[in-house]
Design a protein around this ligand. Structure first.
Ligand code: ME8
Length: 665
């Protein structure tokens, strides 16, 4: 085996001088356990990583994007045994399903490291040997606790109620001969590194947790096991297999070519971003940097521990039966809709909530209504008024200048947000441009320009719509690759979108004369009524209601909102004038209410708690500025507020006799 270049920085500097500075970006996901099929939580991490990798390629970086599978360890060995097959046959099958999933979700990884591969075994054994020879690994006897689901060792004092402090599950007593890694040798250096490099552990809250963890004292880490075989043997002692986390973390070296492809390693190391879930940040910011320090290698720039995707505000787990199969979800709603939801809905870093309702709302509002309609209306008008040919623009008005400026600011803004790992904010910025373009249509009124034969003005407006869509296609393609392509195809641009880079977002790239192509709506609206009927028929609604109720009782943790967020709601006192059941929907009542002078119809799911007669004359509180929606085909122009538990439901009312229309704040 070759020795790695001792001074990577130097190696890289020379190469930079030689080639001219070109950005590199090395990003990784965790390598997932093939203990089961992957769920939507795993798709979340991998989609974020994919979006970042795609954006960095788009801005011209030379990207290395790694993912893989963590196949050794006691957990996998036990599962395979319980299924009556050998561990390798077992993992082969599951790892195939990972790859099918990533293909479906358009995950553009450059390498997939399986820890059972020979190239990885060689690296792991060499890493172990080097640390041992340095004197940082020694042989001893381990007696303590082990959490098999987390593959983590615990000393008695760290257990919580005798269980694993990370996952809350029971731990097992382990007593065996082991090799130990002197983590404490590196504790001060690590602490200094964390303190001097605020970007190393993100977000800030996890950094603070890790600082206190290290300050509470690092125990020497047990780095080998003897009571099972499913692992990489310790190079100088065949009775031991290397602890699965040492094996797993080392994948980030294997995938970068450590010891095997010197040039590649010099090019990409150290990693720019290890993206992980918050529960494994400790392994990545304590054990991993100490391994690297022991090897005299530079540390990754950032380890980002993102929050969890919760299912209806509850932790996802197989035993709760609330995990979502990402393939089924993609079959039902489309890959890009799911990608969009994951990237947009969760405030990156914090926990986020998955619900079908929230997904459907995003699809209908953001994708069908905002983006889909913009494309559809624009292409239709270019076809109707100009036979599908993009016209040459004429003189600009303030409206066009405004749109051009916003397009340029949006492209720059998205780049800044991605740099700061503010994924959802990047999408919000894109959607502001979409909103502006839709408003531009309403303001410029192309139909009036056509009727009044203002030819040049109409040309200018149609060009601006086409050009804004071209820029939007480029901006969204890292988030939703298929959507970028579909917009591109409808615009009829011959150059492939794949070959475009960030520079192509500059205004004016669309050539007059390009012929647009009429296409299907890229995001058809989901008909909630039809969906509700289908779900009721298949019993999905019942199951979902249970989890929603459990969630209420669990004191759902929602993200904090600002006073400005709250102020967006127009809450009013309303008086119920009439009430009647909704035919065929035994939970719904249709109410006629007055809000001040205005009469409205509201459909509410309260029929099992209030009779229509009981409702008439009540003063209730309603959200008056909620977008109207149809429930079971009946229009609802607001929503009433009520509190509920599994045992009952009560309306929110005002305590004094205030008139209908009074504001609630
Ligand atoms: O921990 N929300 O693998 P793993 C968000 N093999 N992300 C989630 C999630 C959820 N509900 N559920 C899972 C391991 N994830 C080790 C990693 S790395 C050297 C070794 C994501 O299969 C999240 O990224 O248990 C989390 O850290 C990872 O899946 C855990 O995957």
């Amino acid at each position: 085996m070759e020795t790695p270049p001792p001074v990577l920085e130097e190696f890289r500097r020379k190469e930079d001088e030689h080639m001219g500075r070109k950005g590199r970006y090395y990003i990784s996901t965790p390598i997932y356990y093939p203990s089961d099929r992957l769920h939507i939580g795993h798709v979340y991490t991998t989609t974020v990583a994919d979006c970042l990798a795609r954006w960095h390629r788009f801005i011209g970086d030379d990207v290395l994007f790694l993912t893989g599978s963590d196949e050794h360890g006691q957990k996998i060995e036990r599962i395979a045994k319980s299924q009556g097959i050998g561990p390798k046959a077992y993992v082969d099958k599951i790892v195939d399903s990972f790859k099918v999933l990533w293909k479906r979700y358009n995950i553009s990884y450059d390498d997939f490291v399986r820890t059972t591969e020979d190239r990885h075994r060689q690296v792991v054994q060499e890493v172990f040997r080097r640390i041992y020879e340095k004197g940082d690994i020694y042989k001893g006897e381990y007696e303590g606790w082990y959490c098999t689901p987390c593959e983590a060792f615990w000393v008695e004092t760290k257990l919580e109620d005798g269980n694993c402090p990370d996952c809350g599950r029971p731990v097992e007593l382990v007593k065996e001969e082991s090799y130990f890694f002197r983590l404490s040798n590196y504790a001060d250096r690590l602490l200094r590194h964390i303190e001097e490099n605020p970007e190393f552990i993100q977000p800030e809250s996890r950094r603070n947790e890790m600082i206190s963890f290290i300050k509470s004292g690092l125990e020497d880490l047990c780095v080998s096991r003897t009571t099972f075989d499913w692992g990489i043997p310790v190079p100088m002692d065949d009775d031991h297999v290397i602890y699965v986390w040492i094996d797993a973390l080392t994948n980030y070296l294997t995938g970068a070519g450590f010891l095997q492809d010197e040039e590649k390693f010099a090019r990409y190391w150290p990693a720019d971003l290890h993206l992980v879930g918050k529960e494994i940040i400790r392994f990545h910011t304590i054990i991993w940097p100490i391994i690297l320090m022991a090897l005299d290698l530079p540390l990754p720039k950032t380890v980002f521990g993102h929050g969890w995707l919760l299912m209806e505000h509850d932790k996802m787990s197989k035993s709760k039966g609330n995990v979502i199969d990402p393939i089924e979800l993609a079959d039902e709603f489309g890959v890009d809709a799911v990608r969009y939801f994951l990237l947009r809905e969760v405030s990156f870093g914090q926990d986020g909530n998955f619900s079908r309702r929230a997904l459907i709302d995003r699809i209908n509002a953001d994708l069908a209504n905002d983006l889909g309609n913009l494309l559809h209306r624009s292409v239709a008008m270019i076809i109707r008024y100009r036979d599908g040919v993009i016209p040459e623009p004429g003189a600009l008005t303030e409206l066009e200048q405004d749109l051009q400026q916003l397009a340029a600011a949006t492209a720059a803004g998205v780049n800044e947000h991605i740099e700061a790992l503010e994924i959802n904010a990047a999408l919000s910025a894109i959607w502001r441009l979409i909103g502006r373009a839709n408003k531009y249509i309403d303001e410029a009124e192309p139909w009036t320009l056509n009727k009044t034969e203002q030819t040049e003005r109409l040309d200018t407006v149609l060009y601006h719509l086409g050009e804004t869509l071209r820029i939007l296609a480029l901006l969204v393609k890292s988030f939703m690759p298929d959507t970028g392509e579909k917009i591109w195809a409808q615009l009829g641009i011959s150059e492939s979108i794949e070959s475009c880079r960030f520079e192509n977002t500059a205004w004016g790239g669309l050539e007059a004369g390009t012929k647009v192509v009429k296409g299907d709506p890229i995001f058809p609206r989901i008909d909630l009524d039809k969906l509700a009927e289908a779900e009721e028929a298949s019993g999905v609604v019942e199951a979902k209601q249970e989890t929603a109720e459990q969630a209420v009782e669990k004191k759902a943790e929602k993200p904090q909102v600002s006073i400005e967020d709250f102020a967006k709601l127009d809450l009013r006192v309303a008086e119920v004038k009439a009430a009647e059941p909704v035919p065929g929907a035994d939970r719904l009542l249709k109410l006629t209410v007055t809000i001040g002078e205005e009469e409205r119809q509201i459909v509410a799911g309260i029929a099992q708690h209030y009779t229509p007669d009981e409702m008439v004359g009540k003063r209730i509180v309603v959200v008056a500025n909620l977008k109207p929606a149809k429930l079971r085909g009946v229009l609802s122009e607001g929503m009433l507020l009520a509190a509920s538990t599994k045992d009952g439901l009560g309306l929110v009312t005002v305590e004094r006799d205030l008139p209908s229309g009074a504001q609630v704040k």
